[in-house]
Design a binder for this molecule. Structure first.
Ligand SMILES: Cc1cc2nc3c(=O)[nH]c(=O)nc-3n(C[C@H](O)[C@H](O)[C@H](O)COP(=O)(O)OP(=O)(O)OC[C@H]3O[C@@H](n4cnc5c(N)ncnc54)[C@H](O)[C@@H]3O)c2cc1C
Length: 478
């Protein structure tokens, strides 16, 4: 068996593993080995549908040491006037560049694509242990002696439609595709085989992207039906803009959100206040959402999606049969030949949250929701500069991803607690200020002292954040 020595072994070269490796290379002299099943870095972005984009601005996604995109604003389309959103191919190219132009040239990173991490060998020779991975192509095994830590960069690995296992049955002859296959429909041989009816299954961001793609590419709104087990609250993308010209929308938006948390009397009241103040959006105003996963959209996208009127709210699909769809709450007759688009992969499955730093293992998780790349980079910074595990876990408190509306106050409380700890640490504060992944950090620290309007917003943010903190326990209990 081949043998290797390394300080850190990272399982996964997705967005989390890459952000962690990049910051560790910048902040330490450690050696790093990265193992991944995929042929290219970028994780699930390798399997994404061709029309995927980030739903947040590129300006604060990726790794710390390399910009993603050119910080331009879109001048056309549903994101017009706001900062660019990297496309899937752009993200894949970006991670290729990060690996080949940053990490590998550092001389301290080794990368093993097309390799499966197998397990830790319990007979470990030292503190961190001996680990094994296997080449997918040759079956050859490599044993890695890890001097410092194993880094699991899979906690927030999403499942995506092209690779997930469907939870519903599809009868022979019924056409059900992943959204990846939509762009291949031009290859459909004869007119008779082409679909005139489409049915989107799923209520998340992928389903929304599929709907917008269909509408943008000529499908008539009344040819589309949409199975929506739950309506969702959506973040108004205007509140996520990093440029100074959006200060009132982004930082001012934070003040508004804090005020909503401070004054809400129930979970629904919280979201309705957020909607009334333009922080949150929903597609169908007559339906009260019961889901919130931080999906982020523009009002232009909402207007497009509202053109789809045939929304089926009868729970989840159990089976697709010829001319019939079986759902939790009954059957719906469907046109023969309907093309079903499976958007049901669940981005983030609920699961337990172990401590981020645990002996010789680091489990990358969110320390600020919903930003996995900022979180991974911050964890790497803490790993590089602090020794005491209790202090590390205090600085990197787990932030739970909300799985239902009632989880959101807990997510916010954990975000705010971390922010408070970071604010008390000057070195970390300085690192954050310079980090491109910390969306608003620069915006807040570069205020001209004579700009009284912005200073007032910052003051209001402090006041409202304290009031929000005081009301959060009540909302969590609700
Ligand atoms: C459509 C879509 C859009 C999104 N848009 C945004 C956005 O705008 N902003 C945002 O912050 N987040 C967004 N997300 C969330 C997204 O999940 C994260 O940004 C991030 O890409 C997750 O990366 P990851 O590294 O945690 O997981 P992954 O990308 O899944 O990477 C994990 C890697 O580990 C590898 N691996 C797992 N087990 C093993 C093993 N045993 N051996 C070897 N390799 C292994 C896998 O092959 C994979 O490459 C989006 C998600 C989706 C699905």
């Amino acid at each position: 068996m081949k043998q290797l020595e390394t300080d850190y072994l990272i399982i996964g070269s997705g967005a989390s593993g890459m952000a962690f490796a990049d910051t560790l290379v910048q902040e330490s002299d450690a050696t790093i080995t990265i193992v991944d099943r995929h042929a290219k870095p970028g994780g699930h972005w390798n399997d994404a549908y061709p029309f995927v984009t980030l739903h947040q601005p590129s300006a604060f996604y990726g790794v710390n040491s390399m910009d993603l995109g050119a910080n331009r604003k879109d001048t056309a389309g549903a994101n017009q006037g706001m900062y660019e959103l990297a496309s899937g191919p752009e993200i894949n190219g970006y991670y290729d560049k990060v690996m080949n132009q940053k990490l590998l040239p550092s001389g301290r990173v080794s990368y093993f694509p097309m390799s499966n991490y197998l397990a830790q060998d319990d007979s470990g020779k030292d503190d961190a242990g001996v680990h094994t991975f296997e080449s997918i192509l040759s079956g050859e095994k490599t044993q890695v002696n890890v001097r410092k830590k194993l880094v699991d960069a899979n906690y927030y690995s999403p499942t995506v439609p092209s690779t997930h296992t469907r939870k519903f049955k599809v009868a022979d002859g019924v056409r059900c595709i992943a959204p990846n296959a939509l762009t291949q429909l031009w290859q459909t041989p004869s007119k008779e085989d082409r679909s005139t009816k489409f049915c989107i299954i799923g209520a998340g961001k992928t389903a929304m992207d599929a709907g917008i793609w269909l509408l943008n590419h000529g499908a008539a709104p009344d040819s589309i039906s949409w199975v929506m087990p739950r309506d969702s609250w959506l973040v108004n993308r205007l509140t996520t803009q990093p440029g100074e010209e959006f200060f009132k929308d982004s930082i001012g938006g934070q003040v508004t959100q804090m005020a909503c948390f401070a004054n809400a009397t129930s979970i629904d009241d919280l979201f309705l206040r957020m909607e009334a103040s333009d922080q949150m959006l929903r597609i169908y105003p007559e339906h009260l959402p019961t889901m919130f996963h931080f999906a982020t959209v523009s009002k232009g996208e909402i207007a497009m999606l509202q053109r789809i009127k045939n929304v089926i709210r009868m729970g989840r699909v159990q089976a697709l049969e010829p001319a019939n769809m079986v759902l939790d709450k009954g059957n719906v007759a469907m046109a023969t030949g309907t093309l079903y688009i499976d958007c049901t992969a669940s981005a983030v499955e609920p699961r337990a949250m172990p401590p981020i730093f645990d002996g010789n293992k680091i489990m990358l998780q969110l320390v600020r929701a919903p930003l996995p790349t900022f979180s991974a980079a911050l964890i790497a910074y803490v790993e590089a500069h602090y020794t005491d595990e209790e202090q590390k876990n205090k600085l990197c408190g787990n932030v739970p991803f909300p799985h239902c509306l009632a989880d959101y106050p807990r997510t916010m409380a954990a975000n705010m607690t971390n922010q408070m700890h970071w604010g008390q640490d000057k070195a970390l504060r300085n690192w954050m200020r310079d980090s491109r992944l910390d969306g608003f950090g620069k915006l807040m620290s570069n205020i001209d002292p004579s700009d009284l309007e912005k200073l007032k917003i910052i003051g209001d943010l402090r006041t409202q954040a304290m009031a929000a903190m005081a009301n959060l326990p009540r909302l969590m209990a609700a």
